[in-house]
Ligand binder design. Structure first.
Ligand SMILES: *Cc1c(COP(=O)(O)O)cnc(C)c1O
Length: 494
């Protein structure tokens, strides 16, 4: 039976894959999940011979049955020279860890892996469903999604994109990357809250019938570029298989051998993609969930209680400064035996009380996962140590994952090869990285820091850095979280 998509909170709300991509989020506030997770449609060892585009095509084909082969091949063709490495996601072996570099796209963060293809999936889905409305992408960002989504959607016909980011919650480079973005269909707005505030307001707007009607009357409809959209989640499955193929190729493993995967986690999209890969047949032993000091997920996996009532900490890994991890809802749906009523109950508790507690047994059965977190001090020490031992510079997000991967290996003693998702280029976080590797360095400007980082890494600036440094700032709106709906209407002229 061909896969359909339904809400995590109501299995009767069913859609085709293309409808699910267009809508972004289910009308009842739930997230779309596939009716089943397909098994890999080809022998695992073939991952070692395929190009990224070929693999992308085959994986998407299983999840998106209402797209034609031609459409999917066209979508997959975005994995080309817009990535600065021929391998798209190269694998780098340092200090007994396989770092899967996911930051070779146009904005040098892993969000490019999905956001370069999402606009194609979305416009294809629109024409397939005879949608004549303009698609308005509303996006909350903790720093990296915003820029990657804007680059992906810039000047794409029939779309507009509005990005909200926390004014004091992103790195200087991240902010500059967003504020210099060109494109007639683009708006970026700073808010005086944190990422969770932005994300929950955006979700509220998606569920607001009055705004939906107003948009419809003006020939528009909302969609999402956040990882709540399955059109983002599915492309993230590809690189786990691709990495496995590279590990076979380099004879680190033989086809069928187990690997562990550690993912620096915020909204749980990347980790969930790895878990979906496992369900499809990728031999992953443990999915290791790495958090920073905002360690709400560590507590959840260790105790079964999800509690967002705690201090929000600004860390050196801002893309993971999140207390409400959206995609966990999809995992919960699976852990609870696909019981949509239970998911709905817990999600209601989360929105009214900020916490919920699942039965102890549910978590004791979730043995596919291991969760832990890294303190700011551990992150700094890790960047320093990796650099000292191997001359390889990792960004703070990747360092969080490395710390946790090491903790897992120390406590479990297992020697299974470890894959770490390396989610950002160190150039995106020069201040934090320099604190670790050149502690006495005093920068007068961002340019100074970048130059110093270049001197130490011997890696030329990616084009994204030149662009952020030397392009004019084009946006400067700052508002309160409450003003977000009015700002959206103002931007859309409705
Ligand atoms: C978004 C992001 C993460 C977190 O990924 P999720 O899918 O939200 O868990 C980690 N690192 C970087 C650099 C990111 O941009």
């Amino acid at each position: 039976m061909a896969i359909t998509y339904h809400s995590t909170r109501n299995s009767l709300l069913q859609y085709t894959a293309s409808e699910a991509i267009l809508r972004g989020i289910s009308p009842d506030g739930g997230l779309f999940v596939p009716s089943t997770i397909p098994k890999l449609s080809f022998p695992l060892e073939r991952t070692a011979q395929m190009t990224y585009q070929e693999l992308a095509f085959l994986i998407m084909k299983d999840f998106l049955p209402d797209f034609t082969d031609n459409e999917l091949q066209d979508c997959a063709s975005v994995y080309d020279t817009r990535f600065d490495d021929r391998k798209i996601t190269p694998l780098v072996y340092k200090d007994s860890i396989y770092f899967l570099e996911l930051f070779h796209g146009p904005t040098i963060a892993f969000k490019d892996m999905a956001l370069s293809i999402l606009p194609r999936l979305m416009t294809t889905a629109a024409s397939k469903n005879n949608v004549k409305n303009e698609i308005v992408i509303l996006t909350a960002t903790s720093g990296d999604t915003g820029k990657a989504a804007m680059v992906g959607f810039a000047d794409v016909p029939q779309t507009k994109i509005i990005v909200f980011y926390p004014k004091n919650g992103v790195s200087e480079i991240q902010e500059k990357q967003m504020l210099t973005q060109q494109g007639d269909n683009i708006s970026v707005v700073a808010i005086d809250g944190n990422f969770d505030d932005a994300q929950s307001k955006v979700k509220e707007m998606f569920a607001d019938k009055t705004i939906a009607d107003e948009l419809e009357a003006n020939g528009m409809q909302f969609s999402s570029a956040n990882s709540i959209n399955i059109g983002r989640l599915i492309p993230q499955i590809i690189y786990y298989f691709y990495a496995y193929g590279q590990m076979i190729q380099s004879e680190a493993i033989q086809s069928g051998d187990l690997i562990n995967v550690t993912v620096p986690t915020g909204n749980f999209g990347n980790m969930l993609a790895a878990y979906y890969a496992k369900q499809m047949g990728l031999p992953i032993h443990k999915c290791i969930v790495a958090s920073n000091e905002n360690n709400v997920l560590t507590d959840f996996f260790q105790t079964g209680t999800y509690d967002r009532n705690r201090d929000f900490t600004l860390t050196s890994s801002p893309s993971m400064d999140i207390l409400v991890s959206s995609n966990l809802e999809r995992l919960l749906y699976m852990l609870l035996g696909e019981d949509t009523q239970k998911v709905k109950k817990y999600m209601n508790e989360l929105s009214t009380e900020g916490r919920y507690q699942v039965a102890k047994q549910v978590m004791s059965e979730a043995t596919d996962f291991y969760a832990d977190f890294a303190t700011e001090k551990e992150v700094l020490e890790q960047i320093k140590k990796t650099y000292k031992d191997t001359n390889y510079i990792i960004d703070p997000h990747t360092a969080v994952a490395t710390v946790v991967a090491n903790k897992y290996q120390d406590t479990s003693g297992d020697k299974i090869p470890m894959l770490v998702a390396s989610t950002a280029s160190p150039y995106k976080f020069p201040t934090a990285v320099l604190d670790a590797i050149v502690p006495n360095f005093k920068a007068d400007s961002l340019e100074d820091s970048l130059a110093e980082l270049k001197r130490n890494s011997n890696i030329p600036y990616p084009p994204a850095i030149e662009e952020a440094l030397y392009s004019p700032v084009l946006h400067n709106t700052v508002i309160t979280t409450e003003e977000m709906p009015d700002e959206v209407k103002r931007i859309l002229g409705i």
